[in-house]
Every structure is written in C-alpha cells, then in structure tokens.
Write a protein that binds this ligand. Structure first.
Ligand code: EPU
Length: 338
C-alpha cells in the first residue's frame, strides 16, 4: 500500500477545499486498512477516515494520516419471495448503489437517490431525504474496531439512530471503521413513500399517475438537481445545518410574529425548516469572496472556487449568531468540522 506525504485533499472533499495531509493512504481491503492502522500506530500519528468526503469542512492542514476507504462490492446475501438482503461495501458510491438496486427492481432506497457520499458513511449520520431515512431499511453493518482490530456487527437498534445521528457520531465516535452495510429491500409490493409534498407535485409535473420505484427516483433526482448544487460544479456539503427541533409552544409564539414560518410537527416538538429561517434573515444567495449561501437552498453553504474552510466556518458562525438573535433559535451544524 502506497503512503503519500503532503498530499492535497482538494479532490477528496466535496467542498473542494485546498488543504494538505501529512500522510495519505488508500485502502482497498481490510488487510490494507489494518496495515495503515499499524503504520499510524508505529509513527504515533492521528488518523482520520475519509470516504466520499461529502460531509466534511476542512479548516486546516491535517497533521496525521488520512485513510481513504475504497472497499468495493455489492452482493445479495439472502432472499425470499418478498424480500432481498443486499450487502454493500463501504467504498461504493451511494447513488450508484441506489441505482443498482433500482435496476434490479429492489424497492426501499429510491427516495435516497442522488445523496452524495459513499455507502459506508451513510449510517454515520443516518442520511435521509423525502420522508425516508437509512434507518428504515438497514438491518445491520459490520465495523472494524480501530484499537483492538476486531470486526463487530451492529444491528439496526445498536446503531442508535436519530435525526442525522448514530452511535458512531456520539458514544463510539472515532472508534470504528464501517466496512459494509446490509439492507432489507422489497422484491414486490413496493411501498411507495410519496408523503413529502415535493414528490407528489414533481410526479404531477412529469405526468406520472401510477409511479414505480424508478419513477420516484427520477422525481427525487429532478427535485434535488433543481435545488441542490452539484459538487462537481460548486463545492458544497449538502445541508450545512440541521433543522432545529423546538417545543411546540415556542413554535406557536414564533408563528404569531412570522405567520409563514415553515415547520413539521413531531409529537410535542416542531422541526423548523432552517432553510426558511436563513432565507428570511436575508442570507440566501449572499456571497463573501468565494464563500456563500446557495441561491436556491439557504441551508447549503458553497465554495465558489477558492474559499478557505475557515471562511466558510466564519460565515456559518455569523449565520448562527444572526438566527439566534432574530428568532431565538440555536442552529447546529450538520457537517463535521476538522
Ligand atoms: N425553505 C425555505 N428556503 C430555503 C430552503 C428551504 O424557505 O432556502 C423552506 C421551505 O418552506 C421548504 C422547507 O424549508 O418547504 C423544506 O425545504 P426542503 O424540502 O428543501 O428540505 P430541507 O428541510 O431544507 C431537508 C434535509 C435535506 C433533504 C431534504 C428533503 C436536513 C438538514 N436537510 O432539507 O438533506 O434532502 O430535507 O428531504 O434535514 C442533507 O442532509 O445534506 C440534505 C440535503
């Protein structure tokens, strides 16, 4: 396995930020992962894992070893008349994997089309879109314990999934390398999730009456492409902030002052659309040098070319301070800040 030094990470993070890593290695197998871990241990280096680099804001050069995970492969591990269990290796691109399931007519992941990143990082933050989260379809995953080098199986419940949360971002943070993820998908009688308003209107627009899972994927792709910037064109990391949960009573107070405020009731709490707050505080489309707020989706911060991670971080802080000041709501970042 080749280990490079002073490696530019620009091609490896979807924000397109120019930072360097002291050491950089790519692992194509568990054996190579362990070799890289051994190297880091011998040299006493900090280690950071990189998968798709799609949920990452790099604010400075990295003094340590960056390990890029390239484990590949998709296999059907079990099936019966109704369901199929598919295991995907962590280095497979997420969207390509979703398209593979749709080509086979396996249902369940269609609403999660076109989410950037690789399959192994999807469970870390329980990726979700248009009414579906990965936790609804995942059965288990296997992960390598970085310290003791043992492979452990985590069931869905053991991952402790929440809204953009899992045990791997909390209690067991930095302890595991996710190797593969298994999903239970439908072979027939697919359950179509069109509850998210934008999907229904997109299907109408496409003039589709009885949608298939492939049609839902098409609708999702079309909505995402119309709102979310493609990292190939403009550096970004999807939603930069989480949608904040606030007590219903607090939301009702805000509604009196801002009748158009957007939020979804969930029990005694309301998930407020952070995009609405940011847009209505006047930040949508604002640009400072090469750091900016996307013009079509205020939840997405962008790098127009040569912004630094620090500039994007500073912009996010100004937005957070302003939202707290105007609406009394504390926003939380969704991306990992390094
Ligand atoms: N809105 C605005 N202005 C904006 C953006 C949004 O007013 O600039 C309001 C609108 O009222 C809209 C509502 O916010 O109806 C919701 O917007 P949208 O459907 O675009 O979804 P979101 O809440 O902004 C979340 C996820 C996205 C996911 C979409 C669709 C989070 C942090 N983000 O965004 O996930 O694709 O729903 O399900 O939960 C990601 O995590 O990287 C991501 C892109």
């Amino acid at each position: 396995m080749k280990i490079s030094q002073k490696k530019s990470l620009k091609p490896y993070n979807t924000f397109g930020l120019e930072v360097k890593a002291d050491y950089f290695a790519e692992a194509n197998s568990v054996y190579e992962i362990v070799s890289a871990l051994n190297f880091a241990r011998e040299e006493n280096l900090k280690i950071m894992l990189l998968n798709g680099g799609s949920n990452l804001l790099l604010t400075h050069d990295f003094e340590g070893l960056i390990l890029k995970l390239n484990l590949k492969g998709i296999e059907i591990i079990d099936e019966n008349e109704d369901f199929v269990w598919v295991k995907v290796q962590s280095g497979e691109n997420w969207h390509d994997f979703v398209q593979w399931t749709l080509e086979k007519d396996f249902g369940g992941l269609e609403n999660l089309s076109l989410i950037p990143g690789n399959s192994g990082t999807a469970p870390m933050q329980n990726i979700g879109a248009y009414g579906v989260e990965i936790k609804d379809k995942m059965t288990e995953l296997s992960a390598l314990h970085i310290e003791n080098r043992e492979i452990e199986i985590f069931t869905n419940a053991e991952c402790q999934f929440g809204y953009r949360e899992s045990i791997f971002k909390n209690e067991r943070k930095g302890q595991f390398i996710i190797l593969d993820v298994t999903f239970q998908l439908t072979k027939k009688n697919h359950f179509l999730n069109t509850s998210y308003g934008a999907i229904t209107s997109e299907l109408d627009k496409l003039n589709i009456k009885n949608p298939t899972i492939q049609d839902i994927s098409k609708a999702v792709i079309s909505i995402r492409q119309s709102k979310l910037p493609d990292p190939k064109d403009i550096g970004n990391s999807g939603s930069f902030f989480k949608n904040p949960m606030i007590p219903k009573s607090e939301f009702e107070k805000l509604q009196k002052e801002f009748p158009a405020i957007s939020g979804y009731v969930s029990g005694e709490e309301v998930k407020v659309a952070a995009g609405w707050l940011i847009e209505n505080a006047g930040w949508k489309g604002k640009r400072f040098g090469d750091a900016g707020v996307h013009e079509k989706q205020a939840l997405v911060l962008v790098n127009y070319g040569n912004a630094t991670g620090q500039e994007i971080y500073d912009l996010s802080q100004r937005i957070m301070d302003d939202i707290l000041d105007k609406f009394g709501i504390q926003l939380e970042r969704e991306v990992n800040i390094i």
